[in-house]
Ligand binder design. Structure first.
Ligand code: MN
Ligand code: MN
Length: 416
């Protein structure tokens, strides 16, 4: 990076620091603290210590400016907290595809695994269940979901773009795309060890049960099962579903319907918190009652905006980047501070209690999801903390003036 660009980055960092009122000495106002330890390009006086003549994939490297040229305030390293759906295997079948980012290849993601799935018009993800709970957001198109709860109460629903579903661990369900665009959605599971490629499948269980047992179990002749598939279907092309009302009538049970729907119309929600810099929309068990183990926040940050410095006291954060581009810096003891760049389709992860912020580095709105293995969303804001601590105490820590401190918002802004 040429000097002018480097300077811009440094001043950008200084402006962010000043905005939250923690600018200290003259040096820190310009550079933060790259001096102790002397880490970062700012300390490289010999040009040879800064260039990179070795093997290099320019196209890939250019996607990660913050790795090539970290902010001067970054220090030490930490476990990789970036992953992506853009470069993982896609399992295609007639009827759709799926790909996943799990702890198997994203070691830090202990709490949550993610799956991105596409289903054609009529494409079916077969009837199945699994050890983990499943949370989902529709990204495009329409999907008909079916589920049965443990008291035998069925639900069939059509889910639209922007809406959510949640299936508690062990409850059997199915998904089917419909309409000219089919469906695409993001699934999140409350364990990093989950794999969409190893779920409990109705076809496999039936194929591995003796015909006479099937006959006795269902009270029909064994011959009725002569055409069962011998291998799993997983995703397959089916006939597009008929009217929802007909399916609802067909599945009716004398036990009634689940008391809380497993589908949540998030697309119809207004933002939970809104500021000039963007918005945060929260869906957790306090509004989406069924969602007992996954809490979600949909965050939008305007160009030039920042998701303020904060942390989460209750759970790790798993991110799915939906639109735009940005970068996130994570802070840990050590000290450690590391910045990574993110684009649409990428995944981020922040361990419980580690400080972090997200900057919109693009020219369009940045939109990403924050998911937590928890029944509720929770957050501590740095500005909120400093503003609601006795001013004399804060001033003695950060060497800032009473005037600066008074300028901090009394209401936490979330996005700035
Ligand atoms: Mn599932
Ligand atoms: Mn966060």
């Amino acid at each position: 990076m040429i000097d002018l660009e480097r300077r811009k980055v440094l001043i950008g960092a200084a402006v962010s620091a000043a905005a939250i009122g923690v600018a200290g000495s003259a040096k820190a106002a310009l550079f933060g603290n790259p001096d102790s330890p002397a880490e970062g390009r700012i300390n490289g006086k010999n040009p040879t210590s800064l260039n990179d003549p070795g093997p290099r994939n320019e196209a890939l490297a250019d996607q990660f400016p913050s790795s090539q040229n970290p902010p001067a305030t970054d220090v030490n390293g930490m476990p990789q907290f970036w992953a992506s759906f853009n470069n993982v295997h896609k399992r295609y079948q007639n009827g759709g595809w799926a790909r996943q980012v799990t702890q198997a290849d994203f070691a830090i993601s202990k709490d949550i695994a993610g799956v991105n799935m596409r289903l054609s018009d009529g494409g079916i993800r077969e009837l199945h269940w699994h050890q983990e709970a499943e949370w989902a957001i529709m990204l495009d198109g329409k999907c008909r979901v079916t589920v049965l709860d443990e008291l035998g109460r069925p639900e069939v629903r059509d889910v639209q773009t922007g809406d959510l579903w949640y299936f508690p661990a062990g409850l059997p369900h199915s998904l089917q795309g419909f309409g000219s665009n089919g469906a695409e959605f993001l699934l999140a599971f409350d364990s990093g060890k989950f794999s969409e490629f190893s779920t409990l499948l109705v076809t496999e269980w039936v194929a591995h049960t003796p015909p006479e047992v099937l006959a006795q179990n269902f009270g029909v002749p064994a011959d009725a099962f002569r055409n069962i598939p011998l291998q799993q279907k997983w995703i397959f092309q089916g006939t597009p579903p008929g009217p929802l009302a007909a399916d609802e009538r067909a599945v009716q049970s004398s036990k009634g319907s689940p008391p809380s729907s497993f589908v949540w119309p998030m697309s119809g929600m207004s933002a939970t918190r809104q500021s000039r810099g963007g918005s945060v929309t929260i869906a957790d068990s306090r509004n989406f009652t069924a969602s007992k183990t996954i809490a979600a926040a949909l965050v939008a940050v305007k160009p030039g905006g920042i998701r303020e410095l904060h942390w989460h006291p209750h759970a790790d954060e798993w991110q799915y980047w939906l639109k735009g581009r940005g970068r996130m810096t994570v802070f840990d003891t050590g000290p450690k501070a590391q910045t990574a760049d993110f684009n649409a389709g990428d995944v981020g992860y922040v361990k419980k209690n580690l400080g972090h912020y997200v900057q919109n580095t693009g020219t369009t709105d940045l939109v990403f999801l924050e998911l937590f293995k928890s029944d509720r969303y929770a957050e501590v804001s740095l500005s909120d903390w400093l503003r609601h601590t006795p001013p004399q105490l804060v001033m003695q820590h950060l060497n800032i003036s009473a005037e600066t401190l008074a300028q901090l918002s009394k209401v936490r802004p979330d996005t700035v």
